[in-house]
Design a protein around this ligand. Sequence first.
Ligand code: SAH
Ligand code: SF4
Length: 370
Amino acid sequence: MDKPHFLSMNRDEYRELFKLWGLPKFRADQISQWIYKDAVHDPEQMTNLSKELRQKIFSEIDWRLPSIVDQVTGQDGSTKLLLRSLKGQLVETVLLRYENRTSLCVSSQVGCKLACDFCQTGKLGFVRHLDRAEIISQLFMANEILRKEGLRVTHVVFMGMGEPLDNYNNAVGAANVMMAEDGFFLSARHVTLSTSGLAPEIEKLATDSRAALALSLHASRDDLRTKLMPINRRYNLERLKQALLHYQKVTDKKITIEYIMIKDTNCGPQEAKELVKFIHGLKAKVNLIPFNAHPGLPFQRPDDEEIRSFQKYLADRSIPAPVRYSKGLEVSAACGQLAAKHAEELHSKPERKRLVSQMDASFAPVEVSL
Ligand code: SAH
Ligand code: SF4
């Protein structure tokens, strides 16, 4: 049987394991403190444990971290990390540095099943779910990098590759460890799960996690949304709204609506009106995100005038909708499709060089709360 990974267990799960080993609870707590509080992943450095126990955990637990295949930092302070997971595939994670906080955009899957028309990850298809430890490893690795700067990650957004609510247990489980007092202890307002609209999972989330919710709406009319996001066929806008209302009734929390603006597609006066109608009755804030064009997809961002009038229409109806330009453009730090798409080829060096150079030219990230 595979050894459990050190990030696959939270404090209570360490306690369970230690119980099986006939060891006291406080020993499990010490280990979980070393890992989550002190960011130590070498049993040798866990100095308050006996030599025997250090040896036991060294041999019974998998202490490896993913390796860094590439690390590109742009002038705006964004770092894109390309990690090789212990199970083989490449996983992207993006670190965004701001004046008073650091935000990490994590991936929850390699690829995605949901095939949104405008999304490069969607074009890839689905490769596999990331397990909870693989999602948490992204945060652990980012903290390792930031430690040298005297910083750590303060915000996490699940906006890298994949649909977190399609990998519900792993993604929600990871988010919960990120917020837990005996985990990374991030503020619940600073951990955001972003979904394309899996209605039943949104409803379930209301009781399963304290994390914040962002909805990728992008269109508020069924025919248009179905065209852009095929998931809308399964859960149409009416069903989605019902799920959001349920979520708010249970949590009383504001939802962030992400609205990508695509030229000549979803940001005319008609669509602004439809968006206002959809939002009616919800406690929501809207982020307008001009589409990041990339080669191979026929979409463009609208011009500033169009963005302004869409925004004004909302503002006139008391809906503040800031325009969020993404950081990380330079390092093409977003829904990290290249990594997954070329996972095989990336093993060969010349091809890797070519792809890494393409990364700088292709795509950009989405960072919602600037
Ligand atoms: N699957 C989840 C989370 C990952 S995608 C979701 O869809 O919400 C994160 C965000 O990136 C989503 O809002 C998605 O719509 C957006 N996105 C995808 N391609 C984009 C592009 N080219 N420009 C701007 N945002 C994009
Ligand atoms: Fe998947 Fe989100 Fe991309 Fe849609 S936008 S294909 S749900 S990653």
